[in-house]
Design a protein around this ligand. Structure first.
Ligand SMILES: CSCCC(=O)C(=O)COP(=O)(O)O
Ligand code: MG
Length: 230
């Protein structure tokens, strides 16, 4: 039985929840969060990464502006993702929102887990953000279904080496892992590393079905219950 490795945004869950709820929440809360927590080592560490990348001495206000710009560009930068995760914690715990999950994804993940299939997550969202997300979904707390959590600290999702590293950390051969994602470039990288791949083509997120050449030769389904495991 393969291990199922799943992406989040556009795969288990809608892009609009991330873009229209999570990102605006983080954008709004960022200035107050930085004012309140900038001297905490785990926060300072990531603010300093942003300042170093900016290449000039900059104030925390400037760092906030840079981070807000990255949110607007949907940059998958590890420092931004770590800070977003800390900010969303307040939103989930204060019940400002729950995380969207497609009903077919929640049901199939539960069924695979019940059948003994190992499950893991690989998302650009930080591991703490992933755990918050699956801990507060519309379908309840799903964290117990997963035995592995990976973010861009293993590498970026469009690089084959990231998938090789995930397989190594999971102690599995690459072709014993089935990766599910909405992004063909991520699936290309996973296939290059030897993983099996399925394009989850959510028509709510991608109204033009990615058929033929657009699917880059990856198996393509529209829902989790259509994923073939062999
Ligand atoms: C972990 S939830 C937040 C989602 C997020 O910030 C993100 O960038 C999602 O990207 P993905 O790799 O899951 O498509
Ligand atoms: Mg995605």
């Amino acid at each position: 039985m393969p291990l199922i490795l799943t992406d989040i945004e556009g795969t288990t869950s809608s892009i609009s929840f991330v873009k229209d709820v999570l990102f605006p929440y983080a954008r709004r809360a960022l200035p107050g969060f930085v004012r309140a927590h900038a001297e905490e080592p785990e926060v300072r560490r990531w603010l300093d990464v942003v300042a170093t990348e900016h290449g000039a001495v900059c104030s925390d206000d400037t760092i906030v502006e840079i981070l807000q710009g990255w949110i607007d560009e949907d940059r998958k930068h590890t420092a931004l993702k770590a800070l977003q995760g800390m900010i969303w914690s307040d939103g989930y715990r204060g019940a400002d929102f729950t995380a969207h999950i497609y009903p077919d994804a929640a049901a199939q993940l539960r069924d695979w887990h019940a059948a003994g299939l190992p499950l893991a997550v690989y998302s650009s969202g930080s591991v703490p953000a992933q755990k918050l997300f699956f801990g507060h979904t519309d379908a309840g707390d799903l964290t117990g279904l997963f035995e592995g959590w990976f973010d861009t600290e293993v590498g970026h999702k469009r690089e084959a080496g990231s998938y090789t590293e995930i397989a190594r950390r999971l102690g599995r051969l690459p072709d014993d892992i089935l990766f599910l994602s909405d992004v063909v470039e991520e699936l290309d990288a996973a296939r290059e590393a030897g993983l099996r791949t399925v394009l989850i083509d959510r028509l709510d997120d991608y109204p033009q079905p990615r058929l033929g050449d657009a699917a880059h030769g990856h198996a393509r389904v529209e829902r989790f219950d259509q994923v073939a495991l062999d």
